[in-house]
Design a protein around this ligand. Structure first.
Ligand code: SAM
Length: 174
């Protein structure tokens, strides 16, 4: 599977805690390796690390990063940068070439994204040209990139596991 990290920019601790936590959880559940958060929010970091501790996998979360430096270092080491924005080119037109990239940093915004991001990204990609959200655009992007393989991923090392059921909630402590 491709090596995918997410860079969340524009996070406002007083408003975006829940959405940013869900950006992280969606990234983890759907196959990304980790999330960088520009800005500081120890609450978001704690919530995501708590899920990783209980439910397994290797997902990392790092806050307090400078987005410029994060993007620069990723590109310097040969990684591709994809900015998800409704103003970009259609995912459907680029998903085949993106799937060939070994390492992708996916940038998602909160409110208004700085114009500079559009120039720094290798691709500005839309998931429809309609406004929706960072969580939905990320989920569709990851699913299209991995073509559904992420749904079969295992998360070793956790303390909790769900036994899928048709009619009840069953969890197992490991
Ligand atoms: N008006 C804002 C802007 O100018 O960037 C959009 C903010 S939106 C609530 C938050 C984030 O969701 C965006 O930064 C983008 O990453 C993502 N997003 C929303 N709609 C999208 C779409 N149709 N395609 C791709 N990403 C989208």
């Amino acid at each position: 599977m491709n090596d995918i990290v997410v860079l969340r920019i524009g996070h406002r601790p007083e408003r975006d805690q829940r959405v940013t936590t869900h950006v992280g959880l969606t990234s983890r559940a759907l196959g990304a390796r980790g999330m960088f958060l520009s800005g500081n929010d120890s609450g978001v970091v704690r919530s995501i690390r708590d899920v990783v501790e209980r439910w397994g996998g290797e997902f990392f979360v790092r806050d307090g990063v400078s987005w410029r430096q994060c993007i620069r270092e990723w590109k310097e080491t040969g990684g591709c940068v994809v900015h998800l924005t409704m103003y970009g080119e259609s995912l459907a037109d680029h998903e085949d070439e993106l799937r060939k990239m070994e390492r992708i940093m996916v940038i998602v915004g909160a409110e208004k994204v700085p114009g500079e991001i559009y120039g720094l990204a290798n691709y500005n990609i839309s998931v429809t040209s309609q406004p929706h959200s960072e969580i939905s655009s990320l989920a569709v992007f990851l699913d299209r990139l991995f073509q559904g393989d992420e749904l079969k991923r295992e998360f070793p090392g956790g303390h909790m596991k769900i036994i899928p059921s048709q009619n009840k909630k069953t969890t197992e402590e490991i």
